[in-house]
Design a protein around this ligand. Structure first.
Ligand code: BGC
Length: 774
């Protein structure tokens, strides 16, 4: 997290804006199989290279699908990408891929093939009664542009010359899993000379090609493979496999068995009563089924994904004893993001907590930032990323990924009367909103993603174009919320998620938090107005700056008048003090008593966590900035439930949705909404990077660093490092009886302010520094 503006108003510097990709002008049309098929379709076109023009110089393939697509040329997949083109707000925007395929065009006869799956566009989505929001068309589009030595161009496009056939994929769904029947495999279907008897033609599918946009977000790819850690029989006689890590992806299977026999794989994140704990998946069947051919088969269900650590395996030929090494491999899948930030320290539990944040992020940065990857939801919940964005932007280079998602946010907002929806892409407008969300309007934190996410990117990477691109969305959101204020100037009407999942809220009423929803909403609006003001300043939009400055001042005044009474903030619980302090809503003197009250409440709760989605990302900063760093450490290091480390002591390998997704006695929380892979509460890692580790941006993009480690909690050492836009920056501190030793790397063109508590600040030039203080 960052406070309202401690690092925010610096000049425009840092990374270079990503090149806007040149828009391709399409002549091809979307095509679908002429006849309904009882399997996922294959589309192919075989042709001969034009002769007499010398050798081929370049070949570029443009492709996408109303569904998901894997493209092949002469038998080979043209890229390692999977689940292409992901999920965008398809009503207005569908990504396409532009790929250099010169190396694949290796003969005079060429085949372009597209294998299609349902994915998001053609799949049914949402919980309870699922919907197919984008219609029932499943189709692909492709253009292959070839250039020869003499400058001649040849173009092959998807049109009525293509053929269609059925694949071995007999069913596929992101939530429910994939069925593959190896007996139906058609070897060589994407190679020249394949016998297409039994194949049919195609028909055109109408789709407005103006919606096609070049893919700016990184592709989804396989990231790593994990092998089974344990295979055993459950009390009820099921074969269970543990991959040792809650992950997102699928299981690849190599097997040989009788033709027509099937293996089925059911996935789950946890065990309960020593059996697979599938209740949290709700309506997602999360089951793959593979039917064997009788020969050596390799199954990889790339048209689905699951959130799992365990699988239940049925039908393995010869039983568990026959399971060979390499027969089962868990394949981790995620958007291709570059890891840039790291953290470690002398406490193994904190290291595991941090690792859990990283895994939670990987699993939920799959084509879009999602709440969770396993149940019948997997939606771009705006509040979750609003609070997690600073952590995400430190751990991985998320610029292209989140900027692409912000385009969808802006489009949804634009078509929704300036209201930023709860999820982007907005499935709920198709699915129907639960009645408790009425009256439907902006809500604090969730709708604030329009402002908090671009601001986090600006701070992390220092590229002002993120603010420029997002400014229409930032300003429309801020003005819309202004229109919702009550006569006394606070935001206390309408539905609010508030301090969602406060550990004291009833399991089925996550919004019934201790914190007054008006306090949370008004504090959040103040933060938003400050960011909107500062963004306007950076963009030289003086009249907008003044407008949002005035809004910020009036919201702050109203907050203090309406919600602060003597030395209490309304509802007198940790979250309200955390927000008031971290967002700088109080003046200096009031901040002192608010910090003291916050520390008192934290202590009174036995150092167990008492905040939900709203308070959790900010409570550590609020404590450490008001002289209560020891209390902050006690809170961070607490192991009793609820706390950050409780899940770690329970063997968690990702961040849970609820503080007690798994209850201490080993039962899954009875709440209907219980995921074991939700990144929101992992936002604490941001504090670990900046305050425990001591590496923070003093100016956006880390042009100037603040090196201010706060040793404590009995830790002997900690280290934060980051590939900034200027090079590697790192801080390592070690505390011993000899005193404190700090090693700092400051990249070229960067300066740093070194702050050690109770010493004068010091400037550091680029280079390596070792500082000792006793
Ligand atoms: C999601 C959350 C989300 C919340 C808001 C849940 O179902 O999983 O992470 O922010 O709903 O209502």
């Amino acid at each position: 997290m960052t406070t309202a503006h401690p690092v925010g108003t610096a000049c425009a510097i840092g990374t270079i804006a990503p090149m806007e990709k040149i828009m391709h002008t399409w002549t091809a049309q979307f095509i679908a199989p002429e006849h309904e098929l009882d399997a996922a379709p294959l589309l192919r076109r075989e042709f001969v290279l034009d002769e007499g023009h010398g050798p081929l110089v370049t070949a570029t393939l443009y492709y996408t699908a109303l569904g998901i697509v894997e493209a092949f040329i002469n038998g080979a997949p043209v890229s390692p990408d999977v689940l292409t083109p992901g999920w965008t707000s398809f009503e207005w925007r569908l990504r396409y891929v532009e790929q250099d395929v010169t190396a694949f065009v290796d003969a005079n006869r060429v085949v372009v093939g597209l294998a299609l799956g349902d994915g998001w566009f053609h799949g049914s989505l949402g919980w309870h009664d699922r919907v197919r929001p984008y219609g029932s068309k499943l189709a692909g589009i492709a253009e292959l542009h070839l250039t020869f030595a003499d400058g001649h161009h040849q173009r092959v496009i998807s049109d009525d010359a293509w053929q269609s056939g059925r694949s071995a994929v007999t069913a596929n769904s992101l939530y429910d899993g994939q069925k593959i029947d190896a007996r139906r495999t058609q070897p060589g279907w994407a190679s020249p000379g394949f016998d297409t008897s039994g194949w049919s033609g195609v028909r055109p599918v109408a789709f407005d090609r103006a919606r096609l946009a070049p893919a700016a977000s990184p592709p989804v790819r396989r990231q790593e493979e994990l092998t089974p850690q344990r295979v055993w029989e459950s009390p009820s006689g099921k074969t269970l496999v543990d991959f040792g890590q809650n992950l997102v992806g699928w299981v690849r299977v190599s097997v040989r068995g009788d033709a027509g026999d099937s293996i089925s794989i059911r996935h789950a994140e946890v065990l309960e009563h020593d059996e697979l704990g599938v209740r949290p998946l709700r309506g997602a069947a999360a089951t793959d089924r593979f039917t064997m051919s009788g020969g050596d088969d390799l199954f990889e269900p790339t048209f689905t994904f699951h959130g799992f650590r365990y699988i239940e395996l049925t039908g393995w030929p010869g039983g568990i004893e026959a399971l060979q090494d390499g027969g089962l491999v868990a394949v981790v899948v995620s958007s291709e993001l570059r890891r840039i930030g790291r953290f470690s320290c002398s406490n193994p539990l904190l290291n595991r907590l941090h690792e859990n944040v990283v895994w939670g992020m990987r699993g939920n940065f799959l084509a879009l930032p999602t709440d969770c990857p396993q149940r019948d939801e997997r939606l771009g919940w705006t509040g979750d990323i609003a609070v997690f964005a600073p952590t995400a932007a430190y751990l991985f280079d998320t610029s292209d990924f989140l900027r692409d998602w912000l385009r969808d946010l802006a489009l949804e907002q634009q078509h929704n009367g300036d209201v930023v929806p709860f999820v982007v892409p907005d499935l709920l407008k198709h699915l129907g909103h639960p009645p408790e969300f009425e009256p439907l309007d902006s809500t604090a934190i969730w709708s604030d993603a329009a402002v908090w996410v671009p601001w986090a990117l600006w701070e992390a990477y220092g590229d002002p174009s993120v603010l420029g691109d997002a400014f229409p969305s930032i300003s429309a959101h801020t003005r819309h919320v202004r229109s919702l204020l009550s006569a006394n100037g606070v935001w206390d009407s309408g539905f609010q998620f508030g301090d969602w999942l406060d550990p004291d809220a009833p399991a089925e009423r996550a919004d019934e938090a201790k914190a007054d929803p008006g306090v949370v909403a008004t504090a959040s609006l103040y933060r938003t107005a400050c960011m909107a003001r500062d963004a306007a300043g950076i963009l030289d939009r003086e009249s907008d700056r003044k407008e949002f400055d005035a809004l910020a001042a009036s919201v702050r005044a109203a907050f203090c008048t309406v919600y602060v009474d003597g030395r209490r903030i309304r509802s007198d619980c940790t979250t309200v003090y955390a927000l008031a302090i971290a967002f700088e809503l109080l003046d200096a003197a009031d901040t002192v008593w608010a910090g003291a009250r916050l520390a008192e409440l934290v202590e009174a709760s036995g150092f167990r966590i008492s905040t939900g989605f709203a308070g959790t990302p900010f409570i550590m900063d609020a404590l450490s900035s008001t002289g209560h760093v020891d209390t902050a450490y006690r809170l961070l290091l607490e192991q009793q439930c609820p706390s950050w480390l409780y899940p770690v002591t329970m063997g968690a390998t990702t961040i849970w949705e609820r503080w007690d997704s798994m209850l201490p006695e080993g039962r899954i929380n009875p709440g209907e909404m219980t995921s074991f892979n939700h990144y929101a509460l992992g936002a604490v890692a941001d504090w670990m990077h900046r305050t425990l580790g001591g590496l923070a941006p003093l100016e956006p993009g880390y042009r100037r660093l603040l090196i201010h480690p706060r040793p404590g909690g009995g830790l002997d050492w900690a280290e934060s490092s980051l590939e900034t836009p200027f090079g590697l920056a790192s801080v390592r501190w070690e505390s011993s009886s000899a005193g404190l030793r700090i090693d700092v790397k400051v990249p070229q063109s960067v300066t740093a302010l070194l702050r050690i508590d109770s010493r004068p600040d010091r400037e550091l030039e680029p280079g390596h520094h070792t500082i000792s203080s006793s």
